[in-house]
Design a protein around this ligand. Structure first.
Ligand code: ADP
Ligand code: MG
Length: 255
């Protein structure tokens, strides 16, 4: 006869181990200070946050609340002043510059407000760029670029250059570029800030589809109600601290 006490204990242990393993971002007591004049400005004042694989979540808050600062640290573009930030099991504060670059290149995708496309290169070349850094063979690159352009509905524009595209199309190229290597985690900072409502909804639907089909984890920084309405979890920041953290119950209207 198995001892029920023991069985329970073991299954609980397994459960917690699984939960820990599925955390893609684990942040404890994060403080970020910037030098300012003779003193310092504290942009993040003790943030604790866990985000699991496959979440579609966002940092919400007014301008200056610390959203970009937090996203940049998670993206290994900046380092904590205090506390521990683990992303895909790497401690951001202790990575060398080369290790941080390897993490970004291999596992992270970035989408910015300002697209950051290369204007003299074609749509195809812009999307291919992250794959050149990974030194993949050209046939494989081609397949991956065409897949990514198909996800965002831009296979008809592969030879166009960014100045010939609308803002919405540029952001779709930026999404394809962020997604082409199928990263585990995509960080999107105010991705709809330069888009009209129709284009905002289109790119948000595209990202939700990629989240559902590829299991990609998305973390947004936003104060746009359109973005907020698509999130499955809403993390509110106020003055560098988490004010509220809400999981959205799934319903027919936001499924
Ligand atoms: P949000 O993205 O929510 O608008 P940010 O993270 O950009 O907010 O900024 C949070 C606060 O930190 C702001 O007051 C901003 O001025 C300050 N801050 C951000 N980056 C720096 C920096 N490099 N040096 C000094 N202060 C900064
Ligand atoms: Mg910002």
């Amino acid at each position: 006869m198995p001892d029920p006490q023991k069985t329970d204990f073991r299954s609980n242990t397994l459960f917690y181990t699984d939960m820990e393993n599925s955390a893609i971002i684990a942040i404890q007591k994060l403080v970020k200070r910037f030098p300012m004049g003779q003193g310092e400005f504290t942009a993040l004042r003790g943030v604790d946050l866990t985000i699991r694989k496959g979440e579609f979540t966002g940092l919400i808050g007014p301008s200056g609340s610390g959203k970009t600062t937090l996203l940049n640290i998670v993206g290994s573009l900046d380092v904590p002043s205090e506390g521990e930030v683990r992303v895909l099991d790497k401690s951001i504060g202790s990575l060398s510059a080369a290790e941080a670059a390897r993490l970004r290149k291999g596992s992270l995708g970035f989408i910015f407000q300002s697209y950051n496309l290369l204007a003299v290169h074609t749509v195809y070349e812009n999307v291919e760029f992250p794959l050149l850094l990974l030194k993949l063979p050209s046939e494989e690159r081609k397949r991956m670029v065409m897949d990514a352009l198909e996800w965002v509905g831009l296979t008809g524009k592969i030879k166009s250059k960014p100045p010939q595209l609308s803002g919405g199309e540029c952001q779709r190229v930026a999404i394809a570029r962020a997604m082409v290597k199928r990263p585990s985690l995509v960080l999107a900072d105010e991705p709809t800030a330069n888009l009209d409502a129709a284009n905002s909804h289109h790119i948000l639907q595209t990202m939700r589809k990629l989240n559902a089909e590829l299991g990609t984890t998305f973390l947004f920084a936003t104060h746009d109600d359109k973005v907020i309405s698509y999130l499955r979890r809403k993390i509110y920041l106020l003055d560098g601290k988490i004010d509220k953290d809400e999981v959205v119950l799934q319903s027919a209207s936001n499924a």
